[in-house]
Design a protein around this ligand. Sequence first.
Ligand SMILES: N[C@@H](CCC(=O)N[C@@H](CS)C(=O)NCC(=O)O)C(=O)O
Length: 242
Amino acid sequence: MELKVYGHRASQPSRAIMIFCKANNIEFEEVTIDLSKGQHKSPEYKEINPMGQVPAIIHGELQLFESHAILTYLASAFPGVADHCSKQFPIHAKGIQLILSREPRFILCWTGITQIYAVAQVLHTPYIFNARLAPVFGLPLNPQAAAEAEKILISSLSTIESFWLQDSGTFLLGGNQPSIADLSLVCEIMQLELLDENERNRFLGPYKKVQQWIENTKNAINPQFDEMHGALYQLSAKMGKQ
Ligand SMILES: N[C@@H](CCC(=O)N[C@@H](CS)C(=O)NCC(=O)O)C(=O)O
């Protein structure tokens, strides 16, 4: 059954879906929806995702949007996907509560609820958008909105460092292999590549575990991870020169 992924490589949830497919040998057709040209708001695309956002997929009869729902679906619909991607992690000595909390889909719920998503998002980005990206879309920077968003970004990074990475494992909640939650959240944080190095260090510098976890996730999912981030690195380099 043919799988079509509608997205853009500068969009972090789009990348998460495409990296997941590539890393798990899931064949798909990549359909680029160019946000800078407003293609995501076209009537044709809104037939696929009525929210007018990327990513979305069509798989046979199924049409699905929302990246966390898509990741969860793909992890269960394709038999070759390794268990550690979406199943709960190994049982922890501390008991049932920890067993439940090690479920990657639960971590995705936190990602959706926390504002970190909006903080990194290409078009809704309170921080990156208002502090850096708006001119790319012909809009003015908004320092006040950026300042508000900065607080949320720092608070989210702090929660990842002190709660989600508190265990001794290499990935979220002590996992020793990356799950769909690691992939989704690291793709979010990778949007910080759009900031210059000093500013990126200002955000990530205090969070040593977060930095190590980003490296762990990249290394575990390379070469697919870097391949799919090429467009983001290019955009970052282009913005640095402006
Ligand atoms: N919760 C959605 C968010 C999707 C989203 O906001 N995508 C951005 C790109 S990263 C977008 O299409 N923005 C365009 C817009 O909102 O108008 C998901 O996880 O799929």
